[in-house]
Design a protein around this ligand. Structure first.
Ligand code: NAD
Length: 286
């Protein structure tokens, strides 16, 4: 049978998660999605109404099938963690079983196992504030949504991953180089994510024969990136200064993820793979 993939962090057809889902589907994988609870209704109704049909087209002309969409909020590990104001919030009250533990249990019940786990989500409430002005709350939220969410999801999904399986997350160069504007502790969150990729590669590799890698992606005009406010500048900077002077497409990141998830990458784990037109290799802009 083909492989089964769970992709956490898809709520429209503009981001990296959607593109990764498409590349995996084109390679024959079955697609399960985890969608942030407050974005679930509009995502599912747009899917039903055919709003994404054009962007569901795969290279062979068929449409990507999404087998199931699970509501997910990756900052809550189990029902006991959910505070009253979230539980009773009207954007959450319509959905059930959306904590990390419950989603993994549901996937296990529905399908038994998965082969590929993708983490394509991040959130930092103070991303537009410089680190020097970031509050403790904002910093910890950034780490919770963007870094610990990966640990928690892997913790709960690894037991249902088949040996030889693989997990992939998305990171950004701001973890290791100064990118003014990527604030609120998001740079710190990406540094944690990359470090955790190495440690989790060891632990998940030894215990479950599961590979763990992260893709350091160049700038893309996604919903999340537009919210940060400097995405057009970053795209233009890359086109001007990177070795490959073209706009990066989400599909190029999707294809790299499909490679990492495939047997072609069976010896690759614990790595940060740059898919950024080579920008990370530059020392100065020319
Ligand atoms: P996106 O908006 O498509 O994806 C982010 C997703 O995270 C959204 O669907 C959002 O609903 C979801 N999300 C936020 N908080 C959540 C939570 N608590 N639980 C569950 N889901 C939650 O934007 P994107 O830019 O494609 O982001 C995907 C990944 O790519 C992120 O890790 C991001 O940091 C990374 N990345 C993006 C860029 C870029 O320029 N866009 C560059 C490098 C890395």
């Amino acid at each position: 049978r083909g492989k089964r993939a769970f992709i956490a962090g898809v709520a429209d057809d503009n981001g990296y998660g959607w593109a990764i889902a498409k590349s995996l589907a084109a390679a024959g994988a079955e697609i399960l999605l985890g969608t942030w609870v407050p974005a679930l209704n509009i995502f599912e109704s747009s899917l039903r109404r055919g709003k994404f049909d054009e962007s569901r087209v795969l290279p062979d002309g068929s449409l990507m099938e999404i087998t199931k969409v699970y509501p997910l909020d990756a900052v809550f590990d189990c029902p006991e963690d959910v505070p009253e104001d979230i539980r009773t919030n009207k954007r959450y009250a319509g959905s059930a079983k959306w904590t990390v533990q419950e989603v993994a249990e549901s996937v296990k019940q529905d399908f038994g196992s998965i082969d590929i786990f993708v983490h394509s989500l991040a959130n930092g409430p103070e991303v537009s504030k410089p680190l020097l002005q970031t509050s403790r709350y904002g910093y910890l939220q950034a780490i919770s949504a963007s870094s610990y969410s990966f640990i928690s999801l892997l913790q709960h999904f690894v037991p249902i991953m088949n040996p030889g399986g693989c997990s992939i997350s998305l990171t950004y160069i701001a973890s290791e180089r100064i990118i003014p504007g990527y604030g609120g502790g998001m740079s710190s969150a990406k540094a944690a994510l990359e470090s955790d990729t190495r440690v989790l590669a060891f632990e998940a590799g030894r215990k479950h024969k599961v590979r763990v890698n992260t893709i350091s992606a160049g700038p893309l005009r996604s919903r999340a990136a537009k919210a940060i406010g400097f995405i057009d500048m970053m795209i233009n900077y890359s086109i001007e200064n990177a070795p490959l002077q073209k706009e990066l497409s989400a599909e190029e990141v999707g294809n790299a993820a499909a490679f990492l998830a495939s047997p072609l990458a069976s010896a690759i784990t614990g790595t940060v793979l740059y898919v950024d037109n080579g920008l990370q290799a530059m020392g100065v802009g020319v």
